[in-house]
Design a protein around this ligand. Structure first.
Ligand SMILES: [Zn+2]
Length: 166
């Protein structure tokens, strides 16, 4: 009800825009390889210019957008979902990791997680899951503040963290 009143308050043009945007959402699918949103063939996974042997594992779709904005990364992605604060993986995360293993072997897997303690634990767990399918595993370089979420890092900071991965 509150949403309806809010929308009505925005006026006719805004309502039409929002309706069109919402209709577009229903056409979105989740890519079965990288688990990012796509509206048909995934523009990230099907782009021949992207390096298939380099995989960035991120928690959220918005992290993909943040990394793409830096224009410093031309590999592919795995959107794993948020690391659980209690540790371990949710069933859908296990399936996603299994799919990532099938997509390998990789030259490099970049664990592009937030700089938080629970994400650190998550990163070690992901490392274990992908053992044997990648030549090396790297983490984002420092630059993302401790406790920081990469979605909110500015492009220079995130770009630098990508460059200085180790
Ligand atoms: Zn994809």
């Amino acid at each position: 009800m509150r949403l309806a009143f809010h929308l009505i308050g925005l006026g006719e043009n805004s309502i039409a825009e929002i309706a069109a945007a919402a209709a577009g959402l229903s056409a979105l699918r989740i890519c079965p390889d990288c688990f990012f949103f796509s509206d048909g063939a995934c523009s990230l996974c099907t782009d021949a210019r992207r390096a298939r042997k380099i995989l960035a594992v991120v928690e959220r779709p918005t992290d993909v957008l943040a990394i793409e904005k830096t224009k410093k990364f031309d590999g592919t992605y795995l959107v794993l979902g948020e690391m659980r604060k209690t540790g371990g993986f949710a069933p859908d995360q296990k399936l996603k990791l299994a799919r990532a293993r099938e997509r390998g072997p990789f030259d490099e897997v970049i664990l592009a997680f937030d700089q938080t303690t629970y994400a650190d634990f998550g990163a070690s767990a992901v490392m274990k899951e992908l053992e044997g399918v990648t030549k090396k595993v790297t983490r984002l370089g420092r630059g993302i503040p401790t406790g920081g979420e990469i979605e909110f890092a500015d492009e220079d900071t995130l770009g630098g963290a990508l460059r200085n991965r180790s």
